[in-house]
Design a protein around this ligand. Structure first.
Ligand code: AKG
Ligand code: FE2
Length: 496
């Protein structure tokens, strides 16, 4: 497969479903690995039994040997063993063992996440750490925000995070993570450290040393730098490597790099002031049905209009939703962005009883007509999955996505929250200082445009990285053209 083909690339870390697959793969790998080890152990056990059986008195001198073979019983035994037993032993030693397990393991490894996936996960970890301003020492011991998890990162986990921060030029965080790694290896001498750990430590030290030499003389060629680093680190002990990494990173930390948090980050951290003048009410007016079953609405913002509907989709319907999915595609962090895959999405294009019901509900909620555009998008955001601040309307780009402009721009958006997210994953409107928790069952609706259909830039919005949970959403964009004759609310005009 083409490594640049991001659309079709096998990609696990963007959704909880993908990660569940990996967990199963890891289990299968472990089973095969341990079976393989058992089979080899059995062979070693057998070889030792044969060795014992082959033990003969040691004849040192020629005379002793001559005397031994002059006995007919000894002579017979000798010939028989060499003729009959040896080929069998030879066969046994050469017999390929554990082929089934080896093949199974090979298949699993070839389906394993590639470095692309690994890098996306590192980025996701970084995103969670920086968006919520979490400290490495807390993350390492399983403390995420105010919640303590019964899980600790390992030496290798911390080292790999430290290395990643170094690669992206975040030297302060790199050093903090490196210190966490060292803490986990506090009593670690070279012999208690395993091979894999040593290789990673040396790899990190090599990268750090290269940068250091490069900075000291930028005229050096890569080859010269490689040679210098190789000879510098050739006989380096673990202590030396640790020392080198710590002291170089310390030098590179640039303290005036503290930028103020963005509106998105503040929203994610729950730091927007509480709004007090908003109300909750029941809507029983958009159609007759609602008089029997009024909708529980919570105003989130009056201008632009944003409203949160409570208990709009049931657990049973959420199960039904998952049943609609065949294969999900990669989802990007914003329109036209091809660099980061942050979710998995699925379009229900052919109307199903499920999508019909959801469309009907949206019509009940908003008074909008949806017959002309019945498609519905489902999305699953895994841990670290997010959405950059963006607008839902296309304005000038509309021609690219809807050539004949039959539907018109996206004047309203509605998001049903359909997954368990215990931390993170809020929908944030940075300019309005609004952050909405993605509570399962609720649905968020807002207008993106004024009534004259001109875009309302205050509707800039984003999704906070999921910290804990599997964030499912049902998304519906409400287009302008079908609504021309529907007036859901009193007219709102662009204030000049
Ligand atoms: O999932 C959300 O909360 C918002 C998603 C979104 O903004 C979008 O899909 O355009
Ligand atoms: Fe959006």
């Amino acid at each position: 497969t083409d490594p640049n083909d991001l659309f079709n690339r096998k990609y696990y870390s963007s959704s909880v479903l993908g990660l569940v697959k990996l967990l199963k793969m890891e289990q299968a790998f472990m089973e095969n690995f341990s079976m393989y080890a058992n089979i080899l152990q059995e062979k070693v056990d057998n070889l030792n039994i044969f060795l014992d059986a082959l033990k003969r008195p040691n004849h040192i001198t020629h005379n002793e040997r001559e005397k031994f073979v002059s006995n007919p019983l000894n002579a017979f035994g000798l010939i028989r063993r060499l003729n009959q037993d040896w080929p069998k032993l030879q066969n046994y030693t050469q017999k390929p063992l554990g082929l089934v397990q080896l093949t199974a393991m090979q298949d699993i490894v070839s389906a394993a996440p590639e470095s692309f996936d690994m890098n996306e996960k590192l980025k996701a970890m970084h995103r969670i750490e920086t968006t919520y301003d979490l400290q490495p020492k807390d993350i390492a011991k399983g403390l995420l925000q105010r919640t303590e998890f019964n899980y600790n990162l390992s030496f290798r986990d911390c080292l790999s995070l430290a290395h990643h921060k170094f690669e992206i030029g975040e030297f302060k965080r790199s050093l903090l993570w490196f210190r966490e790694a060292l803490k986990l290896n506090a009593d670690g001498s070279l012999d208690t450290m395993n091979r894999l750990q040593q290789i990673e430590l040396k790899g990190f030290a090599t990268a750090v040393a290269k940068r250091s030499i490069y900075l000291s003389n930028q005229a050096l060629t890569n080859e010269t730098i490689d040679n210098m680093v190789n000879s510098q680190l050739q006989d380096a002990k673990q202590m030396d490597l640790e020392q080198l990494i710590s002291s170089e990173l310390k030098q590179w930390i640039n303290d005036d790099s503290t930028t103020p948090p963005t509106g998105h980050n503040l929203g994610c951290q729950g730091l927007f002031p509480k709004k007090s003048n908003l109300v909750c009410r029941y809507n029983s007016s958009t159609n007759a049905f609602l008089q029997l079953a009024p909708l529980k609405m919570e105003e989130v913002s009056r201008d632009p209009y944003i409203v949160l509907f409570h208990e709009m989709i049931s657990d049973k319907e959420i199960e039904e939703m998952k049943g609609e999915i065949t294969e999900m595609e990669n989802g990007w962090t914003s329109l036209g962005d091809s660099k980061e895959i942050v979710s998995r999405v699925y379009w229900i294009r052919k109307e199903s009883s499920f999508s019909k019901r959801i469309n009907q509900r949206i019509s009940d909620m908003t008074g909008f007509k949806l017959e002309e555009f019945p498609a519905i998008q489902l999305a699953n955001f895994g841990v670290g999955g997010y959405f950059k601040p963006h607008y839902d309307y296309y304005t000038d780009r509309l021609k690219e996505v809807d050539v004949n402009n039959t539907l018109g721009d996206r004047i309203g958006s509605i998001i049903f929250y359909a997954g368990e997210v215990s931390q993170g994953g809020q929908t944030v409107f940075p300019d309005l200082k609004v952050a909405v928790e993605p509570k399962k069952g609720n649905a968020l609706f807002w207008f993106n445009a004024f009534d004259d259909s001109s875009p309302d830039p205050r509707t800039l919005h984003s999704v906070c990285p999921v910290i804990v949970g599997s964030r499912w959403t049902i998304t519906k964009w409400l287009h302008y053209a079908p609504q021309l004759f529907v007036k859901p609310c009193s007219p709102r005009f662009h204030k000049k």
